[in-house]
Structure formats: structure tokens, C-alpha cells
Design a protein around this ligand. Structure first.
Ligand code: PEP
Ligand code: MG
Length: 930
């Protein structure tokens, strides 16, 4: 004897020591020791495996230990290993410290031989079952322990089925299976050169060695490489030897699977199914339909009570919903396996709240056990879980939720039909800012191009509408007003359904289930708010979006993008007039018309967010975004010229005809007169004199505004400085709206934010406008208007100069969308459409930096911005309003660097609230990846 202990009975092994006993072994030990009725057994350690692999033989003394352990098992079970009376059969399973499902070898029914087989037949009263178990054991042993290929066995199986005309395995009788077992024994002898071992200890010895060897087999080695499993994580496999229990020993036996709570609803009621007088295979083979566990209360009340007892023990020990397997052998319930149950979001939320109230878990645990991103399932409509239809095409899941509606190919029609009460899906190659009015009326958006942060995706997410983007299988023909997906042609008005959570597109209307913000969800998120240090605000641009965000628990608005308001159908023509103005007076006239519209927008938003801060950002995008593109205008102008030439030709028709054929002219003069009248009216309404020159003027302006790189061009604060009247109008609208609200007694906290700031001088300049207008507004309205003035930090230089910026700004907000583009020097659209997928696939970048904050680069600039800003002003409020503000992992970093708030799209607010609480709870464990 080497003196080393290689075996631990389930009663003695340390349930926490997975390195020594493997995950499965440790779990079996823990289950046994907390009093669950686990079939008795023992675990052979990973150390034994490593010793075996070193010398290619079982370590000294191991077989003695195995014999002792088997004798102990015989005592515990009252059965005999290899006995013809009451045979003890065991399963032999591998199990390392890390779960490696690809390499798990299991041998069942070990101990069966010519002597014990009749014993099993007697016990089960089922000859067919016993021979079936025997032939399975011979094959598994042959394959796993002796390395005989499955095909030799499968070929004999197929031959017997052919011979007896049995289409399925289950059609074979006991006699057929008996004959098959004999053939299998012959295969083993032929291929291994030795008869099939009848001595159960020899069976066990060979099997244990084979399982040890499987650790260094190709399959396992490849798996560890693939999943980067190191020796520190798992070294060698343990072997678990466990008594077989049978659920097919009569009507007081059975088998089943269960959850301690309903994994679909979270209801605290044992959930699952079982079969009486059956083995697990029967459930898998689908021969019989299992019954719901609820029926067991009547059918087997004693067992049902044991099951309730099991439920209580499992939950009070694991403090978590458990998913378990059980077998009932002659009236005794055995628990074979248990693990944490996987549940949907609804069940996770409900069980978190209920388990806290039942005293099973702490509030902290309740907040930590749900992955925040899961909540998305509960915040948007979903396809009905009963629907299993095939999709027409799949694009990118750009904004979650499911929606059905009639296809519409342009924003104007979307607006008209939507307003008329029709449900529509806006289908475009890609969307542009001028399509925004179509978004408002659409149920969802589908584009054939563009990534997850394309215009369509970002805007749809902001509005909480489903969007599938980049669905390249769809070819849109705007002229024919149809779309082709493979063989299918879809026309305008056809109904489709999109699922923005998966990217699937379906023909016709698929039933959906509504989002539900349950009482439990409100409770859980209220707990989250108590714990979190970060505040969670929303990005919202309209009073409706603000109200919706508030419903999701937003604590204010962190970003109101005013350009979205400029794109409304009633405003765009005025905005265009302003851009096309040739004199300051003309521009001012247009701005004067915009002022009341903006003022009323702001008033609406302030009211929807009364009592909470609202950060309004002054105009950001370059002017040309509000005009059609040059290509579009050129095409329109060319069409107009063509039309004018055609009409001119038609107008000459009567005179030409009169000249060439007066008789014919006479004959058709009435018709020709009508045609001329029609042409005249058409010209009046569509081709009035200056339509072409108007378009040509716009084209000239578009060309003048064209920039080599608009992202880095004439936008944001640069516009505010070169066209002060635009910012002045907006500032006046904000402060007047605030004054009017204050007069009405509405509690408001307006904040004015400047985009794209790079130098402190820019900020100071805009600040001077604000101060001047503020004075005027207070004077004219005779009321004090409180507000804050701040800067976006979305330009690299602004982060570096944050110390000086904080002398003027009362708050900062990181625009990580632009900051990410600046730091990487690539644009979002180009990256996602062209090279980011390849970067992610080849591991150059782990994530999409527009979704997951690039902590090592962008994050460092943020850290610098916070530190430098707070050196100047220790109370400086700092937040984030880029897309990353709604991403849980990024929120942890924001907490870590001391931000005051995160701001994200409305529907992500609940996710961010939970993530903010988790960031606080886990702050001690946070590891800065930089
Ligand atoms: C940003 O750049 O992160 C931001 C919020 O601004 P926008 O996305 O409007 O450019
Ligand atoms: Mg920006």
C-alpha cells in the first residue's frame, strides 16, 4: 500500500473540493451530506487518475481500496456485486473539476453478467428490459473500456431488426435482445482477443482505467485547448462509482425530472414530469408520455411527500431554484442529480423577490442572481412562445421586441398610413435622419443594410421600437414597390412580422405577447435603486418618450437630442429654409418660426419629467443632414428636365397634326383639347416655373456644405459659433420653456449641454450667449429660472483639457459614441459594415467597441476626464450618454471611475438600474481590465 487515500465515499468527500473529486463527485458528496437520498457510491480522485497516467497502470493499492469500497456499498444496499439473487449494479462516470460535456464517458449497469442477469430479470419482472440493459452494457463497455468501434455493434443491431422486421429498437422483443446480447459478446471476444469479462471486479478495473485514459484522449485534449482549460482549473478526471437504481421495478417505482419552482413563471410549486414503472431512457425514447408532477399527489402520495421534502432540503441548502433528476425504486425516492435551474427572466425576477420574502436569500443575492440583460425579455413584446414557424430571412437583432404590420417602403407613406391607424413596418435599404417621421408611425423597422448601430438601429432603440437591420437577403425594389427574399416577392401592404431580439423576419402576422412590468419587477428595481450609487437617466427626445422612460424608472433625461425635433414633418421645411437662407434676416425669420415649436417641445418634456433633471443638447449634426443628398437631387433634376421635354413635345402635338393631317386633327380635336387641359393642370401643380431652379439652388447649397469627413466637420459647437442665431434660438426656447413651467408651478431642473466641444474657449463663447439670454428671459418673464450649463466630453482634446473645461461647465457627459470613433479613428458605420466582423472573428477585437465600452482606450480618457474635472470642481456632476450607458459591463466601469449617472435609451433603463446596483454590490471584486 502506498498509504495514499484515493477513494472517498459520498458520505466523507469534501463537497467543495472539485479539484480532487471533480464537479460531479463533489456534488454527489454534498448532496449525500445534506441528507438527500442519493444512491450510495464513492469517488476515485483525480490524483489517482494522474498517478495512472504517469505509469500507465492503476496506482498501487487502488484496487484494494475499490474492493473495500464495493464491499461497503454491498453492506449499505443489501445487494451483492455480481450476485444472482439481488445484484448490485453500478454506473461508472468520469467528472473533472471543469464541466467538459464533450468527453463525459458513462458506463451503466456495470456488474451484469451471466449470473446477475437472471437476478435483474427477477427483480424487475421484465426480461426484455434486462436483456436490453445487458446488450447496452456490453456495447458501452466494448466501446469505452476496450475501444471497439460502435459500428460493429450497430451493424448487428440493424441486421437483427431487418431479420425480424422490426423498424424501431422498441419493436424488438426479449428474445431478439437476448440473441443480440450474445452476438455482442462474440464481437467483444473477436475484437479484444479475450472473452467478455464475467468477473465484475475485472469489469470495474478495466473501466476505471479506461475513464482515466480518456482524460488524455484526443477529444478531451482538444476540448481543453478550445475552451482554454488550464491545469489550475482541472487536472485529471475523477471516477464516480454509483449504485444503479431502477425505476422500472413495478408500480411503486418510476423516474422523472423536476424544478423546485416553475422555470417559466417562477411560481413556487414543484414543476416537472414523471413516469411510473419506467427508466430514464423511456422518457428520452418518447415511448410513453410523462405525466405532470402534480398528478403524483393522487397517484403516489407518499412519494409526493418525499418529493416535497426533497424540494425543501434542496432550496434551503442551495438557496437557489434547483433542477433535479430523480428515480423511485420500490417506494423510495432517490435524487440522482441537482444543479441551479435555468429560468427565463420572468421567473428569475419573481423568484428573487419571493425567495427574499421567504428568508431563503438576502436582498443582495436577490439583486445579484439575475443577469441584467435578461430583463430585456420583459420590457418589449415577444413572439408568442407557442409559435414555431419558419422565418423568411434573418438580419441583425438591432432593437429588441416583435412587431407585425404592413410593409411600407418610404417614410412619407409610413406616416400617412400610420396616422390613418394602420399597423406598418417601415422597410428600407437603410434609413436617414429625414426618415424620422416614418419611425414615429411605424410598429417596427427593417433594413437590408447597416449594422447594429446604424441610424435605423440607434433611433429604433431610442424609441423602444423593434428593428432588424442588415437583412441582406432582402432585395428592395423601390420602383416596383416590392422586395424579394429568395423566391418570395413581398409587395407594399403585405403583412410581415419582425423579431428584433433574434433578427428573424416572418411572412404574415405572428401572434405576440405584450411586455409586462410586473409588481415583482418594480420591487426588485426599487431595491436596486436603494443600493446603487449611480443614477440612471434616459436618452429621450419627445414628451412621449420621456413619459415612457419615466415609466421604466428613469431618474431624469441625460440626453435630449434636439435634432430629432428638427426632423419632424412640420419642422423640416422651416429648418431647410433656415439653411438655405441667403441673408441673416431670412435665417432669423425661419428661426423665429422654429422658436415656438421648440419651446413647446421643451415644455412638454420638462412637464413629463417634472421634479427631475432634463439635459437638452444644443444642435449637433452638420447642416447637410437636413437636406436631401446631392445624388438624390441630381436624379430629381434630371427627371424634371426629362418630364419638361416630354410635355413640350406633347404640347406641340396638335399643331404638328393640324399641319400634317388636318382631317385627323378634326377627328380628334376634342380629345386633344382635353389632353392639353390635363397637361396644363399637371404642369401647374408639378412643374411650376421655378421648381427646377429651386432644386438647383438646394443642390448648390448641398455641394457647398459637402464635407470630406462630416463626422469631423462643421457640426456641434462649431455650428453654434459660426451660426450663433441657431444656438441662440435654442437656448431661448429652453429657458423660456423653463420660465413658463416655473410660472405654472412645475418643478423643473433644466440643463443646457454643448456638443463636440474641444476647447475651453468654445465653451466660454456659448456660455456667454446663455448668460445673456438668461438675463433677458428672467426679466421678461419676471421669474427666477435655475439651470445648469455643461459640456459633452466626446472629443479627445476635451478629455485632456477637462480641468479647464470644469471652470465653465457645471457638468460633463461622456459621448462615448463619438469618443469611440475618435479613439479608434474609424467610423461606426464603416467599421460595422466592413471590417469589424472580421476583427471580432479573428480576435483582434473581442467585442464591438460601439456596444461594449473599450475600457483600455476610451475608458482611460474617461478616467482622465473625471479626475481632471474633479480636481477643478470636486462636486462636478459627470455622466455618460453614449450607447454604452445601457450596457451592464460598461456600467460597472462607470461606477468604478466615479461617474454620477448613466443615461441610456428608455427600455434599457431597468437593465441599467439593476446593473448599477450590481456594480455597487460587487465593487470590492471589480478588476479594472486596463
Ligand atoms: C455620443 O457621441 O456618444 C452621443 C451621445 O452623441 P450622438 O450619438 O448623438 O453623436
Ligand atoms: Mg456625439
Amino acid at each position: 500500500m502506498s498509504g495514499k487515500k484515493y477513494i472517498y465515499a459520498f458520505e466523507e468527500g469534501d463537497g467543495k473540493n472539485k479539484m480532487l473529486l471533480g464537479g460531479k463527485g463533489a456534488n454527489l458528496c454534498e448532496m449525500t451530506q445534506i441528507g438527500l437520498n442519493v444512491p450510495p457510491g464513492f469517488t476515485i480522485t483525480t490524483e489517482a487518475c494522474l498517478a495512472y497516467l504517469e505509469k500507465n497502470q492503476l496506482p498501487e493499492g487502488l484496487m484494494d481500496e475499490i474492493r473495500n469500497s464495493m464491499q461497503a456499498l454491498e453492506k449499505k444496499t443489501g445487494k451483492g456485486f455480481g450476485s444472482g439473487e439481488n445484484p448490485l449494479l453500478v454506473s461508472v462516470r468520469s467528472g473533472s473539476a471543469m464541466s467538459m460535456p464533450g468527453m463525459m464517458d458513462t458506463i451503466l449497469n456495470l456488474g451484469l453478467n451471466e449470473l446477475s442477469l437472471p437476478g435483474l430479470i427477477r427483480q424487475t419482472g421484465n426480461e426484455r428490459f434486462a436483456y436490453d440493459a445487458y446488450r447496452r452494457f456490453i456495447q458501452l463497455f466494448g466501446k469505452i473500456a476496450l475501444g471497439i468501434s460502435d459500428e460493429h455493434f450497430d451493424e448487428r443491431m440493424a441486421a437483427i431488426k431487418r431479420k425480424y422486421g422490426a423498424p424501431l429498437d422498441v419493436d424488438l422483443t426479449a428474445a431478439h435482445l437476448k440473441a443480440l446480447a450474445e452476438e455482442f459478446l462474440a464481437i467483444v471476444e473477436r475484437h479484444s482477443g479475450k472473452p467478455f469479462p464475467q468477473d465484475p471486479y475485472e469489469q470495474l478495473e478495466i473501466s476505471v482505467g479506461a475513464v482515466f485514459r480518456s482524460w488524455s484522449g484526443k477529444r478531451a485534449v482538444d476540448y481543453r485547448k478550445q475552451f482554454r482549460i488550464t491545469k489550475d482549473q482541472a487536472d485529471g478526471t475523477a471516477v464516480n462509482v454509483c449504485t444503479m437504481v431502477f425505476g422500472n421495478m413495478g408500480n411503486d417505482s418510476g423516474t422523472g425530472v423536476g424544478f423546485t419552482r416553475n422555470p417559466g413563471t417562477g411560481e413556487n410549486l414543484i414543476y416537472g414530469e414523471y413516469l411510473t414503472n419506467a427508466q430514464g431512457e423511456d422518457v428520452v425514447a418518447g415511448i410513453r408520455t410523462p405525466k405532470p408532477i402534480a398528478e403524483m399527489a393522487d397517484e403516489m402520495p407518499d412519494i409526493y411527500n418525499q418529493l416535497m421534502e426533497l424540494h425543501n432540503r434542496l432550496e434551503s441548502h442551495y438557496h437557489e431554484v434547483q433542477d433535479f433528476e430523480f428515480t423511485i425504486e420500490k417506494g423510495t425516492l432517490y435524487c440522482l442529480q441537482t444543479r441551479n435551474g435555468k429560468m427565463n427572466a420572468r421567473a428569475m425576477v419573481r423568484t428573487s423577490v419571493e425567495m427574499f420574502h421567504e428568508g431563503l436569500i438576502s436582498k443582495e443575492r436577490a439583486l445579484l442572481r439575475t443577469e441584467p440583460a435578461m430583463l430585456e425579455q420583459l420590457l418589449v413584446p415577444q413572439l408568442s412562445p407557442d409559435f414555431h414557424g419558419k422565418s423568411l430571412a434573418q438580419g441583425l437583432p438591432a432593437s429588441p421586441g416583435a412587431a407585425s404590420g404592413k410593409i411600407v417602403f418610404d417614410a412619407d407613406s409610413a406616416e400617412i398610413r400610420g396616422r390613418a391607424g394602420e399597423k406598418i413596418i417601415l422597410v428600407r435599404e437603410e434609413t436617414k435622419p429625414e426618415d424620422i417621421h416614418g419611425f414615429f408611425q411605424a410598429q417596427g423597422i427593417l433594413t437590408s443594410r447597416g449594422g447594429k448601430t446604424s441610424h435605423a438601429a440607434v433611433v429604433a432603440r431610442g424609441m423602444g421600437k423593434p428593428c432588424v437591420s442588415g437583412c441582406e437577403q432582402i432585395v428592395i425594389n423601390d420602383k416596383l414597390r416590392s422586395a424579394q427574399i429568395g423566391e418570395t416577392t413581398l409587395h407594399e401592404g403585405d403583412i410581415i412580422t419582425i423579431d428584433g431580439g433574434t433578427g428573424h423576419v416572418y411572412a404574415g402576422e405572428v401572434p405576440t405577447v405584450e411586455a409586462e412590468f410586473s409588481g415583482e419587477m418594480s420591487t426588485l428595481l426599487a431595491w436596486a435603486d436603494e443600493v446603487a450609487r449611480l443614477k440612471v437617466l434616459a436618452n429621450a427626445d419627445t414628451p412621449e418618450a420621456a413619459a415612457k422612460a419615466r415609466g421604466f424608472g428613469a431618474m431624469g433625461i441625460g440626453l435630449c437630442r434636439t435634432e430629432r425635433m428638427f426632423n419632424g414633418t412640420d419642422r423640416l421645411p422651416i429648418v431647410q429654409e433656415m439653411i438655405l437662407a441667403e441673408t441673416p434676416e431670412q435665417r432669423q425669420a425661419a428661426l423665429d418660426r422654429l422658436l415656438p415649436i421648440q419651446r413647446s417641445d421643451f415644455k412638454g418634456i420638462f412637464k413629463a419629467m417634472k421634479g427631475l433633471p432634463v439635459t437638452v443638447r444644443l444642435l449637433d449634426p452638420p447642416m447637410h443632414e437636413f437636406l436631401p443628398t446631392a445624388a438624390q437631387l441630381e436624379l430629381e433634376i434630371a427627371h424634371l428636365h426629362q418630364l419638361r421635354d416630354t410635355i413640350k413635345g406633347l404640347e406641340e402635338l396638335p399643331d404638328t397634326l393640324k399641319l400634317l393631317n388636318p382631317k385627323l386633327y378634326q377627328q380628334y380635336s376634342d380629345g386633344l383639347l382635353k389632353l392639353m387641359g390635363g397637361l396644363h393642370t399637371f404642369k401647374e401643380s408639378h412643374l411650376e416655373e421655378d421648381v427646377i431652379s429651386k432644386k438647383e439652388t438646394i443642390l448648390k447649397k448641398v455641394r457647398a456644405l459637402a464635407e470630406v469627413n462630416p463626422m469631423l466637420g462643421h457640426r456641434g459647437v462649431r455650428l453654434g459659433i459660426t451660426y450663433p442665431e441657431i444656438y441662440t434660438m435654442q437656448i431661448q426656447a429652453i429657458l423660456e420653456a423653463a420660465a413658463l413651467c416655473a410660472k405654472e408651478g412645475v418643478e423643473i431642473y433644466p440643463e443646457i449641454m454643448v456638443p463636440q466641444v474641444a476647447t475651453v474657449e468654445e465653451l466660454k463663447r456659448i456660455h456667454s450667449y446663455v448668460q445673456r439670454i438668461h438675463k433677458v428671459v428672467e426679466l421678461t418673464h419676471g421669474i427666477n429660472v435655475k439651470f445648469k450649463f455643461g459640456s459633452m466630453l466626446e472629443v479627445v482634446r476635451a478629455c485632456v483639457r477637462a480641468g479647464r473645461m470644469a471652470e465653465t461647465a457645471e457638468f460633463f457627459s461622456f459621448g462615448t459614441n463619438d469618443l469611440t470613433q475618435a479613439v479608434f479613428s474609424f467610423s461606426r458605420e464603416d467599421a460595422e459594415n466592413k471590417f469589424l466582423p472580421a476583427y471580432n472573428e479573428t480576435g483582434i477585437l473581442q467585442d464591438n467597441p460601439f456596444e461594449v465600452l473599450d475600457i483600455k482606450g476610451v475608458g482611460q480618457l474617461m478616467k482622465m476626464g473625471v479626475e481632471r474635472g474633479r480636481q477643478t470642481n470636486p462636486d462636478l456632476k459627470v455622466g455618460i450618454c453614449g450607447e454604452h450607458g445601457g450596457h451592464p459591463g460598461s456600467i460597472h466601469f462607470c461606477h468604478h471611475i466615479g461617474l454620477s449617472y448613466v443615461s441610456c435609451s428608455g427600455p434599457r433603463v431597468p437593465i441599467a438600474r439593476l446593473a448599477a446596483a450590481q456594480a455597487k454590490l460587487l465593487e470590492g471584486e471589480y478588476q479594472d481590465p486596463s
